[in-house]
Ligand binder design. Structure first.
Ligand code: BG6
Length: 488
């Protein structure tokens, strides 16, 4: 379906996200000939700079994030960009934006707020006061969507005064990743898994997002956030929802979002006691990543000397429903880990009885590994007979490598999500009640950590986090996937 003509307005248009992700994503769609010839990207920034200088900034800061840019497409792409300078929190300065926007009510208008959430509502009010919100306008809210339940509710309420819920696109870029949608395809496009996808057959689920990267130059934001807010409240919980939700009746936005909301509302609440038993938080110290020395979190530029911000979280979560009661969902994320990967491991139960001359305990549980990055794929671990005489069974793998199997060009998460916004497809965006339900669940943890005097457990950079994370899962007689892998 061809895209309708649009004006895409990027608030935070000269910021890091715009330069590194949003403009390169739009460029990629331009290369693919998805953008209507007259579609425009209006970059809004505070800096009083002229169009020519802004395009130079795009050249130096955004172009390096594009793989092999072609001169002709680059020229076409940059001709779409218009720079508008204004103070986003001051309605009186919006005249240049009013001027720049085309006055066609049928045109799709997207306001992408890649700004701190504290000014979301102010920007929405200012757009309204300047008569810029039309029926075909949409607003995209970039994370962090608040820092607790109160602020999330406030954002929802205030943005909701200006835009209808059907016009609001709350981004979680993990939902734009190819494999997340493949998980939907796997669960609901095949008959095989759904009958087994429940407590009777599944022993446990692990969801890990590990990064080798440290905090780098984002300390100002990160130290007030931490891994729980930055990764777990959003990306990990969204993945958990897709794994655990009941089959929606269709792929329609509210069908999927209702199903996800039910999962969020069924998560078992932590009490101060269960929280201490089931959550481990850590902070990285100096270590080695890829053989190179890296500093401690507290020695990163601008880090507070005695920061208590966690750069690692591991937890055991449970879902109180008939389908999932008693099945542990282990969630884990961290910076400066041993590897960069994002994966979901669904482990099935052990066979009930061995008919072979080897004990049941020698049978590895079947497991399904859904790999989001770095390589996208699915792996099913099975037991198979070793060739030759006799009947010895050993673990073997069935593998589906998406890049190998499907040679079609890839699409980055932001490309897909931007296209969905421009097409008006809300399925991969969070609804306001989902956002609040996620904050509601993490709130007791945040409160507890704030009151608690203890500090996160140190772990050496380049490792899999504090030993306490292994102990957490070890208490249930289990191991994290990398710990359970046979040595090469
Ligand atoms: C962002 C977090 O939402 O996700 C970052 O703010 C994190 O801290 C990033 O590095 C990870 O995303 P990805 O797609 O690189 O795994």
């Amino acid at each position: 379906m061809a895209l309708k003509d649009f004006d895409l307005v990027l608030f935070g248009g000269s910021g890091d996200l715009a330069m590194r992700k949003l403009l390169p994503a739009m460029y990629a769609r331009d290369v693919a000939n998805d953008l209507p010839p007259t579609a425009r990207i209006i970059c809004v920034g505070r800096q009083d700079c002229c169009q020519e200088d802004f395009l130079k900034t795009v050249e130096t800061q955004s172009k390096p994030h594009i793989k092999s840019p072609a001169a002709a497409v680059w020229a076409r792409f940059t001709a779409r960009i218009v720079y508008v300078s204004l103070n986003a929190t001051d309605a009186a300065t919006y005249a240049p934006l009013v001027e720049a926007l085309r006055k066609d009510d049928g045109l799709t208008r997207v306001y992408y707020l890649a700004t701190p959430p504290a000014i979301f509502s102010q920007i929405c009010d200012n757009l309204k006061d300047n008569g810029l919100v039309t029926a075909s306008s949409r607003v995209v809210l970039e994370k962090p969507l608040g820092r607790d339940l109160v602020s999330a509710k406030q954002i929802n309420a205030e943005v909701g005064k200006v835009f209808e819920e059907s016009q609001i696109y709350r981004i979680d870029h993990y939902l734009g990743k190819e494999t997340v949608q493949n998980l939907l395809a796997l669960r609901f496009g095949n008959i095989l898994f759904e009958p087994l996808w429940r407590r009777e057959w599944i022993s446990d689920v692990q969801i890990t997002i590990a990064e080798k990267l440290g905090v780098g130059n984002r300390m100002g934001y990160y130290d007030t956030s931490g891994a729980l807010r930055d990764m777990l409240q959003n990306h990990l919980l969204q993945l958990l929802c897709i794994v655990a939700m009941e089959p929606p009746t269709s792929i329609a936005p509210d069908a999927v979002r209702d199903a996800k909301l039910q999962v969020l509302r069924s998560l078992k609440r932590f009490t101060p006691t269960t929280l201490a038993q089931n959550i481990v938080r850590g902070q990285y110290r100096a270590g080695h990543v890829d053989g190179k020395p890296v500093p401690s979190y507290r020695d990163e530029p601008d880090a507070p000397e005695h920061s208590r911000t966690e750069t690692f979280v591991a937890m055991k979560a449970e879902i109180d429903t008939w389908r999932w009661a008693g099945v542990p969902f282990y969630l884990r994320t961290g910076k400066r880990m041993a590897d960069s990967l994002a994966e979901i491991v669904v482990r099935f139960k052990q066979i009930p009885h061995s008919i072979f001359n080897q004990p049941t305990s020698s049978f590895m549980n079947n497991s399904l590994v859904i790999r989001l990055q770095p390589d996208e794929g699915l792996r099913m671990n099975l037991m198979a007979k070793t060739p030759g005489e006799g009947m010895r069974l050993k673990p073997a793998e069935l593998e589906l490598d998406f890049r190998e199997t499907f040679k079609t060009p890839r699409m980055e998460a932001y490309e897909r999500l931007l296209l969905d916004v421009l097409r008006g497809q809300l399925t991969l965006f969070m609804r306001g009640d989902e956002l609040e339900a996620a904050w509601e669940w993490v709130e007791p943890i945040l409160n507890n950590w704030e009151q608690d005097e203890s500090v996160p457990i140190p772990y050496a950079a380049g490792t899999w986090g504090p030993a306490a994370a292994s102990a957490l899962i070890g208490r249930d007689g289990l191991q994290w996937r990398e710990e359970a892998l046979p040595e090469d």
